[in-house]
Write a protein that binds this ligand. Structure first.
Ligand code: GLC
Ligand code: CA
Length: 547
């Protein structure tokens, strides 16, 4: 296998606002991250991805950037950022930043200038269209709800926004704008940043604005998601990245497994991309996920990007989705840890580079939000109002929003059982989950059987077992109602993973795997010798190896 550092690495995603507060204001910050680098090292983390820390009015918590080259005061200073980078590097931890270049904040200098009028030199950095008040140029709907078009009284034109109206989209068709962005990217990379997670990058190209909105319910944002022609921009962007030899991870909603090799792999735009197929399958209405569809989505990406033609970014959680134990596993007390371990083993042993989202390693679960005031996320608040406007009772709307909101993933990190979970000594910006007495880092570290220790062992195995780093993936039981069974194989070693993803017992027969000398590698309960026919208890997960 080529010696590319990130192919053997495990990443950890930090949502800075909720990770660790160092200066008693209830908001996580850069110095808080510095304090916890040793913790990450102990877990076995090789690199961190930090959500945006740039200056921002925080309409969408940092994803609305008003100054790309300044640090938000809440988080600290540029000098503190430089120290964080240095200290991380001293510990052998690389640092990946979030690059938000589909849009800026409406408070960015460029947009403030652009709003001054049609002849302003920055006008064309954004996307403007004629239209009459109350008659938007098209019927396209934005991802956060409502029209993508926002009326600007001053000029009588509309501007385009994929997300909130305070997040105007940049006009990637303008070469001057692109040059400015590349300059900014180079500036960060010259600092020694090791890579970028590139936000919302599949939205930078728009279809012809005269087209009516798509009727396809599966792809509601088709008109501005992975639109034909996007490749030219992405290849140009890649040339900037290539000058620095960094790690690039694109957030690529709307890109299918069939298109994946254009996006990653030899000649692709990025080293890896976050795909959404498996994540989108969880639906609140269905009270869970269709397991055969879920494993098929994962397997499809594994097969499409088998080493040599690409590479996967593996994840179950991030700052945009509810906690995986609450959605894919089970947060009933007897099953929380067990299902957390099953999910961990299931995805950490796939081919690719795994990302662990803060708190996932201790089994944090969804928050019992009980009022709208407790919620922060701009899209969740908007959804609540849309539901009420369309006839839901406030209680029903709240129940729906509470289960699906990304604020579930944003409650403060639970370090110990003190009043604010060790995150801060003052009231945090978002509620601490009341289960912090039960679920916290301190407790997890003290218990050898904890989920935290299980994650640590899985990470070590990824580094010691060649088949986990380089092995080819084979789905051994496609379409099973409950189980995900796969192998990873190199010339030297084969690893077998058996996971029951359901809360029911499940039987299997795997004659194709009989007759090999499988040795137990790791499991979440007492692990029997492998048998080609057997039954797995709810959320049981085992791995075996043969050399
Ligand atoms: C991405 C981010 C999300 C943000 C959006 C707009 O999807 O992950 O948090 O709201 O882009 O920037
Ligand atoms: Ca702080």
């Amino acid at each position: 296998m080529e010696q590319i550092w990130w192919k053997n690495a495990v990443g950890y995603q930090i949502y800075p606002r909720s990770f660790q507060d160092s200066n008693h204001d209830g908001i996580g910050d850069l110095n808080g991250i510095r304090e916890k680098l040793a913790y990450l090292k102990e877990l076995g983390i090789d690199f961190i991805w930090i959500n945006p820390v740039n200056e921002s009015p925080n309409v969408d918590n940092g994803y609305d950037i008003s100054d790309y080259q300044a640090i938000l005061t809440d988080f600290g200073t540029m000098a503190q950022f430089d120290s964080l980078l240095l200290e991380a590097h001293e510990l052998g931890i690389k640092v990946i930043m979030d690059l938000v270049i589909n849009h800026t904040s409406d408070q960015h200098y460029w947009f403030k200038e652009a709003k001054k009028g049609k002849s302003n030199p920055y006008r064309d950095y954004y996307i403007w269209k004629d239209g009459k008040e109350n008659a938007a140029p098209s019927d396209w709907q934005s991802i956060f709800g409502g029209s993508v078009w926002e009326y600007d009284e001053n000029s009588g034109q509309y501007y385009f926004h994929t997300f909130a109206k305070e997040q105007p989209d940049l006009n990637w068709e303008n070469p001057h704008l692109r040059e400015e962005l590349y300059k900014m990217v180079s500036w960060w990379l010259t600092k020694g940043v090791d890579g970028f997670r590139i936000d919302a990058i599949s939205h930078i190209k728009k279809a012809d604005f005269d087209l009516p909105n798509t009727k396809d319910p599966k792809q509601p944002f088709k008109r501005f998601q992975n639109v034909h022609g996007i490749g030219a921009h992405l290849i140009e962007l890649k040339k900037v990245f290539d000058q620095f030899g960094i790690l690039t991870v694109g957030e690529a909603s709307g890109v299918t497994a069939a298109e994946a090799t254009t996006w990653v792999g030899k000649g692709g735009y990025f080293d890896m991309i976050f795909s959404f197929d498996h994540i989108h399958l969880w639906e609140e209405e269905k009270k869970g996920v269709d397991i055969p569809q879920f494993t098929a989505a994962l397997a499809q990406w594994q097969e499409a990007l088998d080493d040599g033609c690409g590479w996967n970014a593996l994840y179950l959680e991030n700052h945009d989705v509810p906690r995986s134990i609450s959605t894919l596993g089970s947060d009933t007390p007897g099953l929380r840890v067990k299902s957390g371990k099953a999910l961990a083993l299931m995805y950490l042993f796939l081919q690719g580079t795994p990302f662990i989202y803060q708190g996932q390693e201790i089994g944090m679960v969804n928050m019992p939000f009980s009022s709208l005031e407790q919620l922060d996320a701009v899209d969740s608040r908007a959804l609540y109002h849309r539901l009420v406007d369309s006839g839901s009772t406030p209680n029903a709307a709240l129940e729906k929003v509470a289960k699906t909101t990304r604020d579930n993933a944003r409650t403060p990190m639970q370090w110990d059982d003190s009043t604010y979970g060790g995150f801060s000594d003052t009231k945090p910006w978002l509620l601490v989950n009341p289960n912090k007495d039960e679920i916290n880092v301190k407790k997890e570290q003290q218990d050898e059987e904890s989920l935290w220790h299980f994650y640590k062992r899985l990470i070590q195995l990824r580094k010691s077992e060649i088949a986990l780093a380089a092995g080819t993936f084979t789905n051994q039981l496609p379409q099973d109602e409950a189980l995900f069974v796969y192998t990873r194989k190199t010339a030297e070693q084969e690893i077998l993973v058996l996971v029951n993803l359901s809360a029911k017992e499940a039987a299997y027969t795997l004659p194709q795997l009989a007759g090999k000398n499988w040795r137990p590698l790791i499991g979440n309960t007492h692990q029997p010798p492998f048998q080609a026919t057997g039954v797995l208890e709810p959320f049981v997960a085992f791995a075996y190896t043969v050399k």
